[in-house]
Write a protein that binds this ligand. Structure first.
Ligand code: PA5
Length: 478
């Protein structure tokens, strides 16, 4: 791995501390060493399943190879990003789900927290927006602040059939056309190599749209480390080689079939044990505003991957645990009361940062008011870290399971590690549950009903079924 020195890479290693899950600290409420022993065989099987099927497109496991097989694509993306930065004032991602949550998460993690408000001289790239909804008010608000002719629109959709993304595209294409702009000059498509509708649209536009491929074996929620995420990140001046190197480094840390040596296998096994004990709520609580949206990205990854009705043997299992996003310290003042005293149905995962991006000393003052004066002379980093430790301690004292993932600092390399850790953890957990981690049959019914309601051709059957549903009863409307 040619990214920085080995010493530097090792100093940036992301670690998992699960002491606060164990009986040694939680007594009867904790996991016993014997339980970890009992699950050893299942964990090994899950490890072997993932190891044996790495890279398989037919199983949607192509994401495992993204850290290694994109040299040419990365070079192309870096060149395009340079051009985009020169030519455009705004960069807008049009996408939803796996095509949006990654780009916005990485932007939030690695750019200035008020990036768009910075003067152009202090920004590495154009102003950046990710539109992942079809709320008309939001679309109108975007159109109020961008200049479409000076905007590069990155339309990200594997299928090119996603109603939300394609609605946004139709609106933007119409605006560009009416403004006399050649649409192909202001859009970049990230899509399936051959099949998606964006390929047809490109042809209709003359075949000149710049396109990136969302590889066959990579599903939306596992796509952040392919052009879906790499192009927007590169436009923002983010070190995309660092993201990939971080992912490869975490991959190397996950190369053993042993819970004590493989962090992703450890967290998957812990989650699996707790799910079987009925702890079906999984809170992700980063103590970092930069990692706030990591919780959104993770929630999709975990929920859409593991929430499955049937297992591979056709048994009705209704698998999965509910991911909940939280932010330290902010949510100490809203949710933590529930986590400490409510039902024993949760596992809390903290994401801690050893060294924040900057120091913020707390000045001395109000010395005669003890509640305030004690803060002076400390730093904000000390305070946020103390509150993080204190919350983990309070949970542990109350017999509540929690574990901590620590990033030495938030940078491209550690973020790449964290993403890959979560992806591997999800794949291992899915294998332990014996489910298909990589499909999403449950969301199809909602899509079909939307098509029916909007009169899409071919959906007359579902429309008739919806029309035949019982009339709404007034007595249930208040
Ligand atoms: O994870 C997934 O597969 C989904 O969230 C998709 O990313 C989302 O539905 C968008 O699909 P598409 O890329 O086809 O527009």
């Amino acid at each position: 791995m040619g990214y920085k020195t080995r010493e530097w890479r090792n100093s940036m290693r992301v670690t998992v501390d699960y002491n606060n899950m164990m009986a040694k600290f939680l007594g009867e409420k904790g996991i016993k060493d014997s339980q970890l022993k009992d699950i050893k065989g299942k964990a090994e099987q899950a490890f072997n399943y993932v190891a044996e099927n790495r890279g398989r497109d037919d199983l949607y496991m192509g994401w495992t190879e993204l850290p290694y097989n994109q040299d040419e694509i990365v070079a192309d993306i870096l060149a395009t990003a340079k051009e985009v930065r020169k030519k455009f004032k705004y960069f807008v991602v049009l996408g939803i789900g796996g095509s949006a949550l990654g780009p916005i998460m990485v932007y939030n993690a690695l750019c200035h927290l008020h990036y768009n408000e910075l003067p152009a001289s202090k920004r590495k790239g154009p102003k950046f927006y990710v539109e992942d909804n079809v709320d008309p008010v939001r679309m109108a608000a975007l159109l109020d602040i961008i200049e479409p002719d000076k905007t590069c629109f990155n339309v990200i959709s594997k299928s090119g059939a996603t109603s939300e993304t394609m609605t946004q595209y139709l609106i933007i294409a119409d605006i560009l056309k009416n403004a006399g702009v050649n649409i192909a000059d202001n859009v970049i498509f990230t899509t399936d190599a051959a099949r998606g509708n964006l390929i047809k649209i490109d042809k209709a536009l003359g075949g000149n749209v710049k396109k990136y491929v969302l590889p066959d074996g990579v599903g939306g929620r596992f796509s952040e480390l392919c052009p879906v995420g790499l192009l927007p990140a590169a436009v923002l001046g983010i070190d995309i080689k660092g993201l990939l190197a971080g992912a490869a480094y975490m991959d190397s840390l996950c190369s053993k079939p042993s819970i004590s040596k493989n962090p992703a296998l450890a967290t998957a096994a812990l989650q699996y044990i707790t799910m079987n004990e009925g702890k079906n709520i999984h809170v992700l609580m980063p103590y970092s505003d930069n990692l706030k949206l990591m919780a959104d990205w993770y929630c999709q990854l975990w929920a859409e991957s593991l929430g499955k009705a049937k297992d591979y043997d056709g048994n009705l299992v209704n698998a999965g645990s509910t991911p909940v996003k939280s932010l330290g310290v902010t949510d100490q003042h809203s949710q933590v009361q529930l986590y400490i005293e409510g039902p024993y149905d949760k596992v809390i995962t903290f994401i801690s940062v050893a060294k924040y991006g900057c120091e913020m000393p707390i000045p001395h003052g109000c010395e005669d008011i003890p509640d305030v004066g004690f803060l002076g002379g400390h730093t904000m980093q000390e305070l946020i870290q103390a509150e993080n430790k204190a919350t983990a301690y309070a949970l542990m004292k109350a017999g509540r399971m929690n574990y901590t993932i620590t990033l030495p600092e938030v940078n491209a390399f550690t973020l790449g590690q964290l993403m890959f850790l979560f992806e591997m953890q999800t794949a291992y957990a899915g294998a332990m549950l014996n489910i298909n981690t990589f499909n999403q049959p449950g969301v199809e019914n909602g899509k079909i009903a939307t098509f029916a309601l909007l009169g899409k051709k071919g959906y007359e059957g579902p429309k008739a079924e919806m029309d035949a549903a019982p009339e709404l009863d007034d007595k249930y409307i208040v």
